[in-house]
Design a protein. Structure first.
Length: 181
């Protein structure tokens, strides 16, 4: 009886351990999302280039901020793909590759959360900056002022969330340091 229970336990544990591979299609989907983002980035870039000489300074800045925004989202996706896959599915064998990012293989779940919130705050800041650069249009009578206020409120909440995440990680790491120290 004890052998049957142990065999069942081993089978269940193997099944649970191997279930991590169910996440692989999610990461493949995120690679596809990066390809879609590249298409939109290229579309936006090609839209801006022909009109650059006749565009106002504000329009040029808004277009560039849009491209920066998309670039940050791409960076965020890459961090999530690499870190998530390595933390939850399997290690990526890129040892010795000259282009291997320095941080790859070193970002744990805690650092991933902080990078994620920092990227979201940066994206929010760019959206807010775009609204401020285009303030006349942002403050149109059709609820523009209210929309701008909500963008500011949401950005502040995201910044505070980031600070709280960092503080929680630091506080949770303190007892571990004291035990090791």
């Amino acid at each position: 009886m004890a052998k049957k229970v142990k065999k069942l336990e081993i089978t269940l544990e193997r099944m649970m351990f191997n279930s991590r591979w169910l996440l692989a299609p999610f990461y493949i989907g995120l690679v596809g999302a990066m390809a879609l983002l590249l298409i939109k980035f290229t579309q936006e870039f090609c839209h801006v280039v022909p009109h650059i000489l006749e565009s106002s300074e504000a329009d040029t800045i808004l277009a560039i901020l849009t491209l920066v925004d998309m670039s940050l989202v791409g960076n965020l996706l890459l961090i999530i793909i690499f870190s998530g896959y390595e933390n939850f599915v399997s290690k990526i064998d890129a040892e010795g590759h000259e282009d291997k990012p320095e941080w790859m293989g070193k970002v744990d779940f805690s650092a991933l959360k902080l990078k994620l919130i920092a990227s979201i705050v940066a994206i929010s800041a760019i959206e807010l900056l775009k609204a401020f650069v285009n303030i006349e249009q942002a403050l149109t009578p059709a609820a523009g002022e209210l929309r701008l206020k909500w963008k500011v409120i949401i950005h502040i909440i995201l910044v505070l969330s980031g600070v709280l995440f960092a503080l929680m990680d630091r506080l949770s790491a303190e007892p571990a340091r004291q035990r090791l120290g």
